[in-house]
Design a binder for this molecule. Structure first.
Ligand SMILES: O=c1[nH]c(=O)n([C@H]2C[C@H](O)[C@@H](COP(=O)(O)O)O2)cc1CO
Length: 136
């Protein structure tokens, strides 16, 4: 299955190690379209391509995806945009949130469409949640 993994870039890269571990797990049995999000060398500046290229490419990937997995602990405008777009496209969405930086936005938590919102503390816990949801 094709997975669009969504997580912070310009919003802050403090959790990049977590993103990488989640992407590495998902990649075992799936194609992750947005592997660059787990690249530790990708800084808060973002990718080298121009912004309209990045936006259009990512929306094309979102349309192509069978599932969206979003890590929302580090607030990110881009992740919020992608989640709203995924809702419009009726894509299945799994949201993983660690409240260490604060609660998930009411605009996400309060959207009925997002049914699979999971709070986690450790990466192991997050992977266990994904295993259950993906029935691995
Ligand atoms: O360079 C980039 N590449 C890229 O793919 N994105 C997409 C994928 C991420 O899920 C999301 C992150 O948004 P933000 O940069 O606002 O934190 O936007 C965002 C940027 C920079 O905004």
């Amino acid at each position: 299955m094709k997975i669009y993994f969504s997580a912070s870039i310009r919003g802050g890269r403090d959790d990049v190690k977590i993103y990488k571990q989640l992407i590495d797990f998902l990649k075992q049995d799936n194609q992750v379209l947005t592997e660059h999000i787990g690249d530790p060398s990708l800084s808060v500046v973002g990718q080298k391509q121009d912004d309209s290229y990045i936006r259009d490419r990512d929306i094309a990937w979102l349309k192509e995806a069978d599932l969206v997995v979003a890590e929302t602990s580090n607030p990110s405008l881009g992740v919020g945009y992608e989640l709203a777009y995924a809702e419009k496209l009726h894509k299945p969405v799994i949201i993983l949130h660690n409240s260490k930086n604060g609660q998930l936005s009411a605009m996400i938590n309060g959207t009925d469409y997002f049914k699979d919102i999971f709070e986690y503390s450790t990466v192991t816990e997050a992977i266990t949640i994904l295993k259950k949801k993906l029935k691995l």
